[in-house]
Ligand binder design. Structure first.
Ligand code: FRU
Length: 434
């Protein structure tokens, strides 16, 4: 009956997409970012490297996400909590980890001490030459569904950076002491950049630093029951074809005195969204982005959204060097809020900044993920770099990378969220998702 009713009232648009969902994306502006300042409410405590504990000693882990119920709460399966993380063996140069990443999982009864389950997928079954971040949900019937980024082409001899969104399902098998995944479905590609709403790799010119179509995050809107995937994208079109718009920069008052340095146009990060069109979550329709950051930022990574009270909270993570020229902003977690999923967003704390790495340890954490109760997880990236630019040291200095890379879960943080404002309340133990 419910299905019948919504079909009657839904506006008739050929793709099954309602008018509301085609609202212009929100623009994160240069004016918004100009309001940014680091303070005690948004700056994370310095990570003390010698106090850290790894959950596995054989491999590095970075982007991490918990198994979630469809409503976004962490799931418990027969007493076990399960987390997923990108992983490589510890002899891989930290800066090269993205080239061979695979998804591993860990499980825990107390939600504090984690046991390694090894790779999630059977050898050779996952798509892409490597797998990047995603999200995992448990269906009502107990089935696991994982969404991930299939990066590169299976079996490629020369590394490529194609990014497509893939999914697979499995049965979760538990014993008293173990969790495993069985009866895997065939992996399927469910979303690809279309060149109309989202930039394809072919549209990405050599001057543009990156192209992204990755990091799917499942979201069921509690207000409507509709199901979506959010993902990291870039505004569509080649550099030459993309227009300049005043809305990208800010108000007319701000624009009067604001210089836009050359090269800013190359920065075209977006938060994408696609709507599920079947119950099995294997078919989706691409919608226009929720947010675009043209002339502002190039990489809005691992987007996620949650609802608190009447408001939607949209979060992304980004690096300092992904901000367009002329903008100064820390590596951090950034957020936006609106009372509807589509349109009407405002940056949290005026600029968007929610959690910044401290200036004395500017790369210490990354890939923050906000849990529904305000606990924020992340991983230890590069610590104690003494003012060096880690991206410049880059590949030239293997020892330096090995000495300074964490590759493990960071101490969690607890934040409060009140309307348009957030605040870091305190630090929690590593590996705590609650
Ligand atoms: C963030 C990230 C993700 C991507 C992964 C690749 O840390 O860049 O966007 O999925 O790392 O390793």
């Amino acid at each position: 009956a419910v299905i019948g009713l919504s079909a009657v009232f839904a506006p008739i648009v050929s793709s099954g997409v309602s008018a509301k969902e085609t609202i212009d994306p929100y623009h994160w502006t240069r004016e918004d970012v100009s309001h940014l300042s680091m303070n005690t409410q948004n700056t994370a405590p310095t990570i003390q490297k010698d106090e850290l504990i790894e959950i596995t000693s054989d491999s590095y882990i970075w982007d991490t996400w918990p198994l979630q119920e469809k409503n976004g709460h962490p799931a418990v399966v027969n007493g076990f909590k399960i987390i997923f993380a990108l992983s490589v063996p510890k002899d891989v140069l930290p800066g090269k980890r993205h080239d061979t990443a695979e998804i591993h999982y860990f499980f825990s009864k107390d939600g504090k001490s984690w046991q390694s389950g090894g790779p999630v997928f059977k050898d050779g079954e996952a798509l892409g030459s490597r797998q990047w971040a995603g999200s995992s949900i448990v269906h009502k019937d107990g089935k696991l569904q994982i969404f991930y980024t299939a990066t590169g082409k299976k079996g490629e001899t020369q590394l490529s950076y194609d990014q497509r969104i893939a999914t697979a399902t499995a049965t979760i098998k538990t014993t008293n002491t173990n969790v495993s995944f069985e009866d895997w479905s065939t992996h399927e590609i469910i979303l690809e950049a279309d060149g109309e709403h989202y930039q394809t790799s072919e549209q990405t010119g050599p001057q543009e630093s990156s192209y992204a179509f990755r990091d799917p995050y499942f979201f069921q809107d509690p207000k409507t029951g509709e199901e979506y995937l959010l993902f990291e994208g870039n505004s569509a079109g080649t550099l030459e074809k993309r227009p300049y718009k005043h809305e990208y920069i800010g108000s007319s008052k701000f624009r009067q005195n604001h210089v836009i340095p050359d090269g800013s146009k190359e920065f075209n990060g977006s938060v994408g969204i696609a709507k599920a069109t079947n119950q099995g979550l294997s078919t989706f329709t691409l919608l226009p982005p929720l947010l675009e950051a043209n002339y502002v930022n190039d990489e809005l990574e691992r987007p996620s959204v949650m609802v608190k009270g009447n408001n939607y909270y949209l979060f992304v993570k980004t690096h300092s060097e992904k901000f367009a020229p002329g903008l100064q902003a820390p590596e951090g977690l950034y957020g936006f809020t609106s009372d509807s999923l589509f349109g009407g967003y405002q940056p949290l704390n005026e600029s968007g900044l929610v959690i910044a790495n401290p200036s004395d340890n500017p790369y210490q954490g990354y890939s923050w993920m906000v849990m529904s109760n305000g606990t924020v997880i992340s991983f230890v990236n590069y610590v104690d770099v003494d003012g060096k630019d880690i991206y410049e040291i880059g590949e030239q200095s293997p020892e330096y990378q090995f000495d300074h890379f964490g590759g493990m879960l960071a101490p969690s943080l607890k934040i409060s969220i009140t309307r348009n404002e957030t605040k870091i309340l305190h630090e929690k133990k590593q590996g705590v998702f609650k």
